[in-house]
Design a protein around this ligand. Structure first.
Ligand SMILES: Cc1cc2nc3c(=O)[nH]c(=O)nc-3n(C[C@H](O)[C@H](O)[C@H](O)COP(=O)(O)OP(=O)(O)OC[C@H]3O[C@@H](n4cnc5c(N)ncnc54)[C@H](O)[C@@H]3O)c2cc1C
Length: 451
């Protein structure tokens, strides 16, 4: 058992990374410190300037914010101003095989979906005003009293004795500076060398497994986008060699394309995407565009904490394929709660931070993985895919079509836990209708073949 370590007034907290996890942590640690009546000195280290365009200012993400996140932000008094929202989309259009299915926000009470740019717009864009989502969160943290240090952290030195502080090295690589912290928060995501450095410290941290994703942003013009994609996010589930899923997200004059492969994506995956039947001719890829191959987490980290050090956001636990920014929010809150009300020792992080994250994210991901595997299976078998889509398209308000649209809507938005989606998928009348639909399609196909 480790020694109990508490934060006292004047304690220094260093957050490595000023993406959503780092900024949300700053918000919560100040809020909880105030509740406890202590004052803390918090600093966020991040070498990235979110006011830059392209990958230099961007945390490499599709930038879709679901209703569930907005609800949580509202409770915290974090109101994202309209000028940081690039577009509000009206729903999702799902493409499977030759069928497509629109699912609209208006049919799902109170739901809204917003899109943002994490940096100040794609490379080659000409935005003059400040639009970056990450900049908004970071500035908010700064206004609440957190210092921003614009240098990356290169190294961390754990103390021999838990009574002592952690030393972090930051600054220009040829002129490193050192500082001490009573608590270090690893909010550095998964696109960084620091994950390996932390693993090498040898306290048991193992970073999350990741998958490389292809992402591109290009200017198509508002009218063109409206004509070809409307105002919905398009989700493609093709029977393709390398692609598992792809999305096209309308964002004002731009679209964001995200392609998830069956294994780590390379730029070559783009050709297969552009040759998809529903995409052909709609995206002229000859013009300058912004592209990246970021990593997405596909498993939780192991032991993302030790005395005086805790990892949050992507570097710790994140929801399977969905709402990473919301996971950053949840882990930031849990870590801040632990640090203020329980302690900053490994045992406190294990007993509160880890247990809560396990309940809220890790266990739920098991249902998420199962649901995604079932969805892979369905989209790989045309008759099954057709039976599902045809049932979902039935407009009548009977139980089965409503249920299937509920399941798909929440799979896309991530608004409710995977466990609840899974429970909804066990509905008996739904399976009966699906079986009936599949049989009808099968008989029709058989008759056609005989003829
Ligand atoms: C292709 C793709 C699309 C996605 N789309 C969505 C989406 O639509 N909606 C959604 O909610 N989530 C999405 N996600 C997930 C989302 O991007 C992440 O879950 C979220 O950004 C995690 O936040 P974070 O703060 O933990 O990490 P990050 O956002 O990665 O931020 C980490 C920060 O740490 C900084 N940093 C790194 N190393 C150091 C260092 N050594 N010193 C100092 N600073 C450092 C970085 O500069 C960065 O600012 C997507 C992910 C991918 C890969």
């Amino acid at each position: 058992m480790t020694q109990e370590l508490k934060l006292e007034s004047g304690a220094r907290i260093a957050s490595i990374g000023g993406g959503p996890a780092g900024s949300f942590f700053a918000h919560f640690i100040h809020k909880f410190a105030k509740q406890k009546g202590i004052q803390l000195a918090t600093t966020i280290f991040d070498g990235k300037d979110f006011l830059q365009k392209g990958p230099r200012g961007c945390n490499l993400c599709a930038g879709v914010l679901a209703e569930s996140l907005f609800q949580k932000l509202k409770v915290e008094g974090i109101d994202l101003p309209e000028n940081r929202i690039i577009s509000r989309v009206e729903g999702y259009t799902m493409h499977v095989d030759s069928e497509n299915l629109p699912l609209m926000c208006s049919d799902n009470k109170n739901d809204s979906i917003a899109t943002v740019f994490r940096g100040n717009g794609p490379r080659f864009s000409t935005y003059q005003e400040v639009i970056s989502f990450d900049d908004f969160l970071l500035k908010r943290a700064q206004e609440a009293g957190t210092k921003i240090n614009s240098w990356p952290v290169w190294d961390i030195q754990l103390p021999e004795n838990a009574d002592q502080t952690i030393i972090i090295s930051y600054g220009p690589k040829d002129n490193l500076r050192k500082t001490e912290a009573d608590l270090v928060v690893g909010a550095f995501g998964v696109n960084t060398y620091l994950m390996q450095k932390i693993k090498d410290l040898g306290f048991g941290y193992s970073p999350p497994s990741t998958l490389s994703i292809f992402q591109a942003e290009l200017k198509l013009g508002r009218e063109n986008i409206l004509e070809n994609f409307g105002k919905t996010i398009h989700v493609y589930m093709p029977r393709a060699k390398t692609i598992r899923y792809a999305t096209v997200i309308p964002k004002g004059d731009y679209i964001t394309i995200t392609v998830i492969g069956k294994k780590d994506a390379t730029k070559d995956i783009l050709q297969e995407f552009l040759s998809l039947r529903d995409i052909q001719g709609k995206i002229p890829f000859c013009q300058p565009h912004c592209f990246c191959l970021p990593k997405i987490t596909v498993s939780p980290a192991k032991k993302p904490f030790t005395d005086r050090l805790v990892m949050i956001g992507d570097a710790s636990y994140s929801r399977h394929y969905k709402n990473g920014i919301e996971s950053a929010f949840l882990t930031a809150r849990l870590a801040a709660e632990t640090a203020i009300f329980y302690g900053v020792d490994a045992t406190s992080f294990k007993n509160y931070y880890h247990r809560q994250a396990k309940r809220q994210i890790i266990r739920d991901n098991a249902y998420g993985r199962l649901l995604f595997s079932i969805s892979d299976l369905i989209s790989a078998v045309p008759i099954l895919a057709q039976a599902h889509l045809q049932l979902a398209k039935k407009q009548q308000e009977s139980r089965a079509p409503k249920k299937i649209r509920f399941i798909l809507w929440n799979m896309f938005t991530g608004n409710i836990p995977y466990r609840n989606i899974f429970k909804a998928s066990l509905d008996f009348s739904l399976h009966l209708s699906l079986l009936f639909n599949t049989l009808v399609l099968f008989v029709r196909k058989l008759k056609k073949n005989i003829r």
